[in-house]
Design a protein around this ligand. Sequence first.
Ligand SMILES: [Zn+2]
Length: 238
Amino acid sequence: MITMQIEGFQVYVTETHRCACYLIETSKKRVLIDTSMQFERNTVTKCIQKNGTKGIDAIFLTHSHTDHVANALYFSNIFNCEVYISKKGIRNMKNGHCNMPKGTNSLSKGIYWAESRLPSYNFTQFHPCPQVRILNDEVVTYYLGDSAELLETPGHTDDSISILLKRKIAIVGDLMVNTFGNLYPPFADDESALNTSWKALLNTRCNVFLPAHGRPIHRKKLISSYKNHFLYASKGHS
Ligand SMILES: [Zn+2]
């Protein structure tokens, strides 16, 4: 069940299908990163309760998409803990609404086009979380200590953040995926910002990047994918 262990931290991943959540444990606190979809609620709860203790001290959200935030209110109430998201995500959390992200390939562009024309598909709606608070450096230090950091990583959405642990592991939300061998996210609102955020993450010297969709990504693979998508593409090779 332990995904990774580095000095001072244990990181567990939920066995959810739609969106992986990560549980970070220090000697003092436990923080859940993201909450997945409503139908995955029991799987996330089992992960939280499997590891000896029963609760969590806080929830951090990587961004305000439904598949990451749908259980924020529920877990906040069940575990009596605070929910945090970047300043730009506060309004969506209070309204219970996010925008459908833009597609980056022909399939996801089609889904983006269809979403606004299929009223029964409700990706953009979720339970509002009125008690949400702003996630900032002080909050991250309070819960996870000095060797954890918050990095703003817009691109997939403008409210996306990553959490770094000892500059070795980065939990990156949907900034990248690792499902079919391709790391480039199928959805991104701003691909230029995505480029900058990938570069910023590589500059942290982290070795492993944990996405919400797919397996852990090693630094070498991210460098190669970065070159393919941003450097070669910008020179007209793609
Ligand atoms: Zn997303």
